[in-house]
Design a protein around this ligand. Structure first.
Ligand SMILES: *Cc1c(COP(=O)(O)O)cnc(C)c1O
Ligand SMILES: [Zn+2]
Length: 422
């Protein structure tokens, strides 16, 4: 059996996808069987996972492991998922950011710090769910097109799971992100083109080759559900409550839509109280097709050619962009963008106020939080969460000319005093 075989579903083991019931078209609601499918046959809309949740309680979740599998009853994974080797991502810190809050004038601010995941970005969450699907579908190859972090997460998870990996990246990617993939896999493929070109190539390969699980292409519905765990964790770590406002970076837009889905599921299951909350999207101006559509008041996203240091957000044609617009508008949030210089400033600001070194994506999110506050789009009196999705050591070049030694001195006490540092 291979992942692209039409009868693959017939040979699935019982409970392969846990509480997942079917694939449901986001546009027309048409359902089809669970499998390596991602496009609706009726309308070409994207498919997502539909569930039959049983009873899920706070106690049951709290008794689970300190990683995303504590929410396995809400994910398309088998009940024995913890037995299969994986990177066990998640349950990252939710830190109260008093210094940054004071700096920005926000009364109650939290940073959800996903830079501490196994490969230092939130992508370990989505990849863990995609790996489970790939395994259940007997995929031979675990693969992805990536803006960097996804390739790191796929290569590492595949190594641990003992499955062959192939990861595709744009050839102009930062060296640390290239090394962070190549260290885990022999098959890092650099493609001369933008991420959108790499993505198109991956779709073509997925259509031609048998047995390949492309995490964000043919098993994307399973992959995308991993982002829900960010939303579950934030609510649980707040003491089973939803925040009033949340600021989330937007590349494809998947993470933002799934954090919202997670909050809605928690309300529907009675695990948190229903309440209004606003969702804000963050982009870098050099790749801001969703922010542009938001500001123009239109429903369609016009693709752009990315030109920004926030490479992990550099998707010019975001698959879930229109859903990000819907969610931000419906909840009373907005989509905002900032310049690369503001991204750099925000990386330094977060580091100097909270001791958290974020990559350019997090600089974008924190910088947008600042702009939203300064422009009155965000209410500084409401409890706010900002998501840090990646680690600064992967994008050192972005700030290497902003920070450095205050002085270079001879190894003598006199030289130290003469430097007049403190
Ligand atoms: C991939 C990525 C995102 C955004 O992901 P989408 O779900 O595609 O919007 C944000 N931050 C970092 C660091 C990423 O690697
Ligand atoms: Zn459809």
């Amino acid at each position: 059996m291979t992942i692209t075989a039409p009868d693959s579903v017939g040979t699935l083991r019982d409970g392969a996808f846990g509480p997942a019931r079917s694939l449901v078209c986001r546009e027309c609601g048409t359902e089809r069987e669970l499998g390596p499918h991602y496009v609706c046959h009726e309308c070409f809309g994207p498919l997502e996972i539909g569930y039959d949740f049983g009873t899920v309680t706070r106690e049951q979740i709290e008794a689970g492991p300190r990683n995303i599998w504590r929410y396995k009853a809400l994910l398309p994974v088998p009940d024995d998922i913890e037995q299969s080797p994986n990177l066990e991502p998640g349950f990252t810190r939710l830190l109260e950011a008093k210094n940054l809050g004071a700096e920005l004038g926000i009364a109650k601010l939290w940073v959800k710090d996903d830079s501490t995941n196994p490969t230092n970005s939130f992508k370990d969450r989505v990849v863990a769910c995609a790996l489970s699907a790939a395994r259940e579908l007997n995929a031979r190859v675990f693969a992805c097109p990536s803006t960097g972090n996804l390739a790191n997460a796929v290569a590492a998870a595949g190594a641990r799971a003992g499955i062959k990996t192939v990861v595709f990246i744009p050839s102009d990617l930062e060296t640390p992100k290239q090394v962070n993939s190549a260290i885990y896999t022999e098959n890092l493929v650099a493609v001369d083109g933008t991420y959108d070109d790499v993505n198109k190539l991956a779709s073509e390969i997925a259509g031609e080759e048998e047995g390949w699980a492309f995490v964000n292409v043919n098993v994307r519905p399973f992959y995308a559900e991993g982002s829900k765990t960010l939303g579950y964790e934030i609510a649980e770590q707040l003491g089973w409550r939803l925040p009033d406002q949340i600021v989330i970076p937007v590349a494809s837009g998947s993470q933002l839509t799934k954090v919202h889905k997670a909050f809605q599921e928690l309300v529907a299951l009675g695990l948190v109280e229903a309440k209004p909350y606003k969702v804000f999207g963050a982009q870098a101006t050099g790749c801001s097709p969703v922010a542009t559509a938001y500001k123009d008041g239109v429903d369609a996203i016009r693709p752009v050619k990315p030109d920004t240091i926030a490479k992990s957000l550099a998707i010019g044609n975001p698959a879930d962009g229109i859903y990000v617009l819907d969610i931000c508008r419906a909840t009373g949030g907005t989509v905002e963008d900032i310049s690369d210089d503001e991204v750099r400033d925000a990386i330094v600001l977060l580091a100097r106020t909270e001791g958290i070194f974020t990559e350019t994506a997090g600089g974008t999110t924190v910088g947008v939080l600042k702009k939203l506050t300064e422009t009155g789009q965000l209410d500084p009196d409401l409890e706010t969460v900002v998501i840090n999705t990646g680690h600064g050591l992967k994008t050192l070049d972005a700030v290497s000319d902003r920070v450095g030694p205050a002085a270079t001195i001879a190894p003598t006490y006199d030289a130290f005093v003469a430097a007049n540092l403190i």
